[in-house]
Design a protein around this ligand. Structure first.
Ligand SMILES: Nc1ncnc2c1ncn2[C@@H]1O[C@H](COP(=O)(O)OP(=O)(O)O)[C@@H](O)[C@H]1O
Ligand SMILES: [Mg+2]
Length: 303
């Protein structure tokens, strides 16, 4: 079994998404667009990204990043542990490879980036206009727990959980898949007439070594790669690992939010192998490397 690649060439453009490094397109299956079914039927199309690698002699080489592929992978891994996350499909649009991420905003709800809602906290430094917001002051667990007080889990899966307990699931997933990009534009809150909920997780493109060309993975130790996953997007002490941060967040959660540890621990590596084997655009070298990274991070999260 191989995950399908959806041809979205004839999906009409509904809107442009200005947030992020490059403009992206909100598109919609033609039939839903004709019926004006609402934004929950919209998907965000993101073409595969390229990266730049400096080589000897001052030359710069461009390479294909794997963000689209890892977004598809993380969507499956999130399903395995039950973390609410956007549906993702691999896609091609006019022959360009990419992926689509289904809108996490159900009809009737307003989507608010965490960066906007955290602006109410004294001293919070917005990451607007900054693509690489490092250790952003105010983006920390205390403020996030305060912000999410009285908010529920995403509509649907985990809907009766507290928002912070679900957010702890996001951090646990991030640690498992080495997602280094959970800044305040990469998570959000939903509002419907004053009722507030956490939005399901999205943008997992900077996970699972997506920015490393295959050549860099050759001969590289996956275990040391796993141990090198550091928190950079939160106000946390330097050299805090993603695993340490997730475990710290679990100590701040209710009994429900502590469940993530067992949920990750309960994943059979055979299931992970099957997901990797089903993912197109993935070399055998990368697939084997990611298997080892996921196995090691699972071990670190559950000891
Ligand atoms: N599945 C989704 N549902 C709702 N909004 C989304 C979704 N995916 C992305 N967005 C919105 O689009 C913005 C840019 O998308 P993102 O996936 O973060 O792209 P980038 O890789 O450029 O950071 C996000 O900050 C968020 O506001
Ligand atoms: Mg983003």
């Amino acid at each position: 079994m191989s995950f399908s690649v959806v041809d979205v060439t004839d999906w009409p453009l509904m809107a442009e998404e200005p947030v992020g490094a490059d403009v992206k397109e909100w598109i919609c299956p033609p039939r839903a667009a004709a019926l004006a079914d609402g934004r929950e039927k919209w998907w965000l199309y993101k073409p595969a990204k390229s990266g730049i690698r400096k080589v000897r002699g001052g030359l710069e080489l461009s390479f294909r990043r794997m963000d689209d592929v890892v977004e598809r992978l993380v969507c499956e891994l999130a399903r395995l542990v039950g973390v609410p996350a956007a549906d993702v499909e691999l896609a091609s649009r006019s022959g360009v490879e990419g992926m689509i991420s289904r809108n996490v905003t159900p009809t009737g709800w307003e989507f608010q980036s965490a960066d906007i809602v955290l602006a109410g906290f004294p001293g919070y430094e917005s990451c607007a206009g900054d693509d690489r917001p490092r250790r952003r002051v105010g983006h920390n667990l205390d403020n996030i727990r305060g912000l999410l007080r009285d908010a529920g889990g995403p509509p649907g899966n985990c809907g009766n959980w507290s928002a912070f307990d679900v957010f702890v699931g996001f951090l646990t997933l991030d640690a498992w898949v080495a997602n280094t990009d959970r800044h305040a534009f990469n998570w959000a809150v939903l509002d419907r007439d004053g009722e507030r909920r956490l939005a399901a997780s999205f943008d997992h493109g900077s996970s699972l070594a997506s920015g490393q060309p295959d050549g860099d993975l050759e001969g590289r130790d996956p275990l040391s790669f796993a141990h090198g996953g550091m928190v950079t997007r939160f106000e946390a002490p330097p050299r805090t690992t993603l695993v340490e941060y997730a475990l710290l967040a679990q100590t701040m959660a209710t009994a429900q939010g502590k469940e993530w540890k067992e949920r990750v621990g309960g994943v059979k590596m055979d299931q992970v192998r099957e997901i990797l084997d089903s993912t197109p655009r993935l070399s055998v070298l990368r697939s084997n490397f990611l298997f080892e990274v996921l196995q090691e991070n699972q071990r670190r999260l559950t000891i």
